[in-house]
Write a protein that binds this ligand. Structure first.
Ligand code: GLN
Length: 308
C-alpha cells in the first residue's frame, strides 16, 4: 500500500520506463569541458512533497552539476534581502535569446532582460555578494539547510573549467559594469558565479531545496524566506524565462514554473502541491535537458497537474 505522501511514485516509474525507451537524448554541454563527458542516457527524477517527503526513480540521489538551476536560489536570496529594489537592476521579460547572449544589453542600458539569462544572473549574484560578502557561500548554506544534506559542496574542477573558458561571462560582466550595473570588481563576481554554478546536488536535494516555492515562500523549517507575493514573482519568472528561448515551448508542454541548467537538471514547481527535479545530461540546442523536458511533459500530462 502506497503512503499518500508518495502518491506520484507509480507515475514516476511509468515515466522512467518511457524515458528508457526514448531514442534521441541530446548531447552533454561541451563548452564547459569538465561537463562534456557526461553520458546523455543517465536519468533520475524526484518529487518532494510540501512536508519534506521526497522520493524518486532512476538516479534521483546522484549528484550532478546544478549550473543555472542555482539562479533561482540566488534570486530568492537576494529578493528576500532587498525586495523590489532588485527589479530596478534586472528585468522580468523573456529574452527570446540564448542564455549567454549579449545583444539586448546595449539597447537596455546594461539592465538584463531577466534574472535567469547569464547577464541577469550575474547582476543578482553581484548584488547578493555586496549584501552578504559571500554570495556562493550563502547559497551553499541555504541549499544545505533546505535539502538537509550537509555534504553539498562546490566542484572545484567544474568551477576551474568554466573559469578557464569564461570569456563570454567576463564580457557580460564588464559590459554591464560599464553601465554601472555591477558593484563588485568583475573578476570577483566571476569567481562567485562559477563557484555558484559548480555546486553538485541531486534531484532529491534540489526538489527539497525548491520547496519554499511550492509553500508560497515558507522554508523547510517553517520560517518565511519570501512573502507570498515574492514567491509568486519567482515562480512567474521561472515560467516565462526559466528555460530561456524555449520558455514558450516549456510552458506549452509542461505548464509549470521551471528552471534548467546545462548540467542537465531541471526543477519545476506545482505551487501548493509539490516540487520536482529531473536530471539527464543530454541537452537540446537551447541548453535544456531533452529527457528532462520530456519527463516533466509526461508528468503533467499523466497527473493533470499544472498551473493552468
Ligand atoms: N555556468 C553556465 C554558464 O554560465 C550556466 C549556464 C546554464 O546552465 N544555462 O554558461
Amino acid at each position: 500500500i502506497m503512503s499518500p505522501s508518495s502518491a506520484f511514485l507509480p507515475v514516476l516509474e511509468r515515466i522512467a520506463a518511457e524515458i528508457e525507451a526514448m531514442p534521441g537524448r541530446g548531447r552533454s554541454a561541451d563548452y564547459i569541458p569538465a561537463l562534456a563527458s557526461r553520458d546523455p542516457r543517465r536519468f533520475g527524477m524526484a518529487v518532494a512533497e510540501l512536508d519534506g517527503t521526497v522520493y524518486g526513480v532512476g538516479e534521483w540521489r546522484q549528484p550532478f552539476s546544478t549550473q543555472s538551476i542555482t539562479k533561482v536560489f540566488t534570486l530568492a536570496l537576494d529578493l528576500a534581502r532587498e525586495g523590489d529594489a532588485l527589479w530596478e537592476h534586472v528585468g522580468r521579460e523573456p529574452s527570446g535569446n540564448p542564455f549567454n547572449s549579449l545583444v539586448q544589453l546595449e539597447y537596455e542600458n546594461g539592465i538584463p532582460r531577466n534574472p535567469f539569462i547569464n547577464a541577469g544572473a550575474l547582476v543578482v549574484t553581484d548584488r547578493l555578494h555586496t549584501r552578504t560578502g559571500d554570495a556562493s557561500g550563502v547559497l551553499l548554506g541555504f541549499l544545505r539547510a533546505e535539502s538537509g544534506n550537509q555534504d553539498l559542496t562546490f566542484d572545484r574542477e567544474v568551477a576551474a573549467s568554466e573559469a578557464a573558458h569564461g570569456d563570454r561571462n567576463a564580457a557580460l560582466g564588464h559590459f554591464m559594469a560599464s553601465y554601472g550595473n555591477i558593484g563588485n570588481p568583475v573578476p570577483v563576481l566571476l569567481e562567485q558565479y562559477v563557484r555558484q554554478c559548480s555546486i553538485e546536488a541531486s534531484c532529491a536535494d534540489l526538489a527539497l531545496a525548491a520547496g519554499f516555492l511550492a509553500r508560497h515562500g515558507i522554508r523547510a523549517d517553517g520560517t518565511r524566506l519570501l512573502t507570498r507575493s515574492q514567491a509568486k514573482q519567482v515562480n512567474a519568472v521561472m515560467l516565462t524565462c526559466g528555460t530561456y528561448d524555449a520558455a514558450g515551448d516549456f510552458a506549452h508542454r509542461v505548464g509549470l514554473p521551471g528552471k534548467s541548467g546545462v548540467g542537465g537538471g531541471i526543477i519545476a514547481v506545482v505551487p501548493g502541491r509539490c516540487t520536482l527535479c529531473v536530471w539527464s545530461p543530454g541537452l537540446d540546442e537551447r541548453g535544456n535537458s531533452v529527457a528532462g523536458v520530456a519527463a516533466l511533459d509526461r508528468f503533467t500530462t499523466l497527473t493533470g497537474l499544472s498551473v493552468f
